[in-house]
Design a protein around this ligand. Sequence first.
Ligand code: UFG
Length: 339
Amino acid sequence: MRVLLAGGAGYVGAHTAVALLDAGHEIVLLDDLSNTSALAAERVSQITGRPAPLVVGDASDESVVAATFDEFGPFDAIVHLAAFKAVGESMEKPLDYYSNNLDTTFALARVGLERGIRSFLFSSTGTVYSDPSDLPFTEESTTSVDLSNPYSKSKRMNEVVLADMARVNPELDVTVLRYFNPVGAHESGLIGEDPSGIPNNLMPYIQRVAVGSLERIGIFGDDYDTPDGTGLRDYIHVVDLALGHVAALERAQPGFVVYNLGTGRPVSVRELIAAFERAVGRELPKVVLPRRAGDVDATYCDPSKAARELDWVATRTIDDAARDAWNWQSRNPQGFASA
Ligand code: UFG
């Protein structure tokens, strides 16, 4: 299959690129490099020994998408991972989040449909589920656009748009993947998560503390209604997540379908830190801070639909993720800028 990977130089994108190439597919990456480096594409090629051409451009611009098809098409599939993803920033810049995260979908879908793609795969989030009494979340659990932040709302809005697009294009495969919390890195240590500035998410924060560029881990609340008082999340190794994309593309059928990509295993903040400490071989400085606004006690999924229909399960553990994340961060203390 020939796949256009929008957002393909990002954290999930680069790992998905590797997984697609390893599975024998051909890819072209389209990325504006607003939150990553061109080096990610070079590293994808280095890991796989296969070409990973990168078009540097904005996937929300139809002329850019059309020019990418002109130069590198035709494509069988578009995998759309091109989005702004910082929850806190989305509270400050809602219009940027709504416009970017929807315009990329409009441009990619319009051009893709004109040029005859068969499959459209969209990266969504487990944060679209809105009723904690549904835990563990299945694809049938309640969703809402009335969510706590514009990032999550923009993802849910995209899902609604894509369901309607699928309805009027019955020959098209439209797949929505709801990610839980991606962590870890490729085992080569050549690609990994490299957020700009101070990381918002727990795992990259731990990584920066371990490498000495941040002083100590802040645990956002230890008075939640959970076994150790800290928040529970479904941390999925990014390589498992990437393999989920390959499985979804290879088994895609005409119509609209949603899959949770997670492990189904809730892990606490303290458990994730402990796994990282095992990987590093020493204790890391940490302090309990007040709860972060907007956080929930627990979120984790029931991934059995993907197991049943895609023959995909997440097999890697949080210890695997901690080992691989540490391998990446210790080899690249400044991320891609270390090169
Ligand atoms: N946490 C800390 N300290 C930190 C950062 C996080 O204790 O420095 C805690 C949070 O309170 C939470 C858990 O670690 O209990 C996970 O928090 P993250 O920020 O890593 O991830 P979230 O579950 O908040 O999810 C967010 C977005 C998702 C997105 C995910 C991964 O809401 O849409 O980050 O990018 F998928």
